[in-house]
Design a protein around this ligand. Structure first.
Ligand code: ATP
Ligand code: MG
Length: 163
């Protein structure tokens, strides 16, 4: 059994997406990077909101960082940066925003992580949300590399059934 192999999970509804986020939140540590990909409306922000609330309070406001690109929080695991890079212009902006320094030190949740380019940390957990072909469900594809993935993978595995 390969304990670093990708996982494929069916998330039947939005609550299942939130539960997966809460389980992963339980194992997160400062410096972990979580790359959240998937098409518009896939549930990336929904996942991020549940994860941030799990590490702060259930009432925590979690505005979309679509226009600010970055929103940071003080959490139980230290600083957390929620980023949405959809509107990122040039990669230089990442340096100006302090993203380079946050990667590897803060917990980083990154929507549209493709925009990171060469700044993508080798050690990361990648969650790709894919709308199911024949229902409102999502399929979560989880993969990763490094200590964070080794730590978080078993938490995701416990969540639901293989897709
Ligand atoms: N597993 C699921 N099954 C059905 N609906 C879901 C699931 N997970 C999330 N959703 C719903 O998907 C909707 C869109 O989610 P969200 O806004 O988080 O998308 P997004 O990926 O962040 O999109 P964008 O790229 O525009 O930022 C939300 O209303 C949420 O409730
Ligand atoms: Mg979003």
């Amino acid at each position: 059994m390969d304990d670093t192999a990708p996982l494929h999970l069916t998330l039947p509804d939005a609550e299942a997406t939130a539960r997966l986020a809460e389980r992963l939140a339980g194992g997160l540590r400062a410096g972990d990077t979580l790359l959240l990909s998937g098409p518009i409306g896939a549930g990336k922000s929904h996942f991020a909101r549940a994860l941030i609330r799990a590490l702060t309070t259930p009432e925590q406001e979690v505005p979309s960082p679509t226009f600010t690109l970055v929103q940071d929080y003080a959490t139980a695991r230290g600083p957390l940066w929620h980023m949405d890079l959809y509107r990122l212009g040039a990669v230089d902006e990442l340096v100006e925003l302090g993203v380079e320094d946050a990667l590897g030190t803060a917990v980083c949740l990154i929507e549209w992580p493709e925009r990171l380019g060469e700044m993508t940390p080798a050690d990361h957990v990648a969650l790709a949300l894919e709308p199911a072909a024949d229902s409102e469900a999502r399929v979560a594809h989880l993969s990763g590399y490094g200590a964070g993935w080794t730590r978080l993978r078993p938490l995701a595995e416990g969540e639901c059934h293989d897709a």
